[in-house]
Write a protein that binds this ligand. Structure first.
Ligand code: SF4
Ligand code: SF4
Length: 441
């Protein structure tokens, strides 16, 4: 269980404590503005990266106190990092964004009893232990598999709920009947000869991924095994803390990172593989997250060097192209923000898809534009999230594709829900699932 944060000193100000070279990097050129989804929707400077960075710098300089307006602006930002890709000055928006949200939480300017309770229950209670998430997941699975969810939906009972709750209910993910430990053994070796493995890799099972996309974990393990990688999936991994780091709970994120580091024997692994872009982008920054922790700093540096997205790892080791045609279909690919902007991984997933016989890859307009999922953004900013989703769905439909592939559970769910609401029968899958199917054919 991760250590509680009470013994940890919380900085007086996250933004004032931040390395000033990060704070002052923006040269106000505005080149990032056309790539920022919130700015392009509102055309307001304060909703742009440049405007947000100016607010952050004013706080770091002591010219402004963190206010409610500041905090609301930081939560209106998607954290999609498109501005980071566009910026010629190399602004580290990832760090600025995390510190700005941590500053907003530290200053308690958004404090309301309901909000506090929601955040505590979600971030500190539910996500602290994987068994709690699985318990809730199991109950939800029973509710869904016994037909109670459809019954409640048909009965009209939901009409008594406020509109925002009804919208939330419609987004409830379908829970898988089996979670990762029932699908993936703690250690698996390539079929035939165990000594034939060329690599030994650790597999991240994730938290939400474990409940709603555990089959993607199985697919990932199968693809790794097919490429002569022994797969180690330690039990008790839990949440990596990405949700916490991106939502102002920086100290909690450190606790979760330490727990994960304790679960893996890094000296015996060539890589740590993740199939969730949002997690991968955070996992690669454990070195920075724990740089001041004398017990964990060295291991965190080793960790950050070894973390790979599944597509990145497969291309790096020269994966075996499948030879059989699983199906004939048109597929299009949506770049998850934290894969393309957060990790600069763009070519590799496309390379995987291009090698699968029978798939015709159709280009997607604005493939790097956020789909509105953005962690829990679609729950806390439903209006903007829906605008972005509709824009994404229009582009997906225009491709005429039968399958949409994307490498992040949040995007998978957001797009799946959006297409279902439109009544469109387009399959939404992780690229690794398509590769696994081809290997199995
Ligand atoms: S992270 Fe995304 S939404 Fe936020 S400022 Fe940058 S481009 Fe805009
Ligand atoms: S963040 Fe980068 S691109 Fe945007 S205004 Fe500043 S320097 Fe220019």
């Amino acid at each position: 269980m991760p250590r509680r944060t009470t013994a940890i000193l919380v900085p007086v100000s996250y933004l004032k404590d931040l390395d000033y070279s990060v704070v002052q990097q923006c040269m106000h050129c505005g080149l990032c503005l056309p790539t920022c989804p919130t700015y392009m929707e509102t055309k307001l400077e304060r909703n742009s990266p440049r405007g947000r960075i100016a607010l952050m710098r004013a706080i770091a300089d002591g010219q402004l106190e963190a206010s409610k307006a500041f905090a609301e602006e930081m939560y209106f930002c998607l954290g999609c990092l498109a501005c980071e890709t566009a910026c010629p000055a190399g602004v580290d928006y990832t760090q600025l964004f995390e510190m700005a949200r941590a500053e907003a939480e530290r200053s308690r300017v958004l404090e309301r009893p309901g909000r506090r309770l929601f955040r505590q229950l979600l971030l500190d209670v539910l996500f602290r232990e994987q068994w709690r998430l699985r318990l809730v997941g199991r109950l939800l699975w029973l509710y869904q598999s016994l037909g109670l969810q459809s019954l409640v939906r048909r009965s009209g009972l939901l009409r008594v709920l406020p509109a925002s709750w009804r919208a939330l209910e419609a987004k409830t993910p379908t829970i898988r009947p089996r979670f990762t430990p029932q699908l993936v053994a703690p250690e698996e070796t390539p079929p035939g000869n165990a000594t034939g493995a060329h690599y030994r890799v650790g597999l991240l099972s994730g938290c939400v991924q474990d409940l709603i996309y555990s089959d993607v974990n199985r697919d990932t393990a199968d693809v790794l095994l097919a490429n002569r990688c022994a797969v180690v999936t330690p039990p008790g991994q839990g949440c990596c803390g990405s949700l916490h780091a991106h939502n102002g709970e920086y100290e909690l994120a450190k606790d979760f990172a330490r727990r994960l580091l304790d679960r893996f024997d890094l000296d015996r692994l060539d890589a740590i593989v993740t199939n969730a872009a949002g997690c991968g982008s955070h996992l690669k920054h454990f070195d920075r997250l724990l740089q001041d922790d004398p017990r964990y700093a060295a291991k965190a540096r080793q960790w950050s060097e070894k973390v790979k997205d599944i597509s990145e790892w497969l291309v790096e080791i020269g994966f075996r192209p499948p030879t059989q045609k699983p199906t004939e279909a048109r597929v299009t690919y949506h770049d998850a923000c934290h894969l393309c902007h957060g990790q600069k991984i763009v070519a590799q997933p496309r390379e995987l898809l291009a090698t699968i016989p029978g798939l015709e890859v159709k280009p997607l307009a604005e493939s790097m534009w956020c789909c509105g999922s953005a962690g829990i953004y679609n729950l806390i900013q439903p209006e903007m999230a829906d605008k972005l989703l509709q824009r994404k769905l229009d582009h997906i439909e225009a491709t005429g594709a039968d399958i949409l592939a994307t490498g992040n559970p949040g995007c998978l769910l957001q797009i799946q829900n959006g297409l279902a609401a439109r009544g469109r029968k387009i399959e939404v899958v992780h690229p690794v699932t398509l590769l696994a199917r081809a290997y199995r054919t």
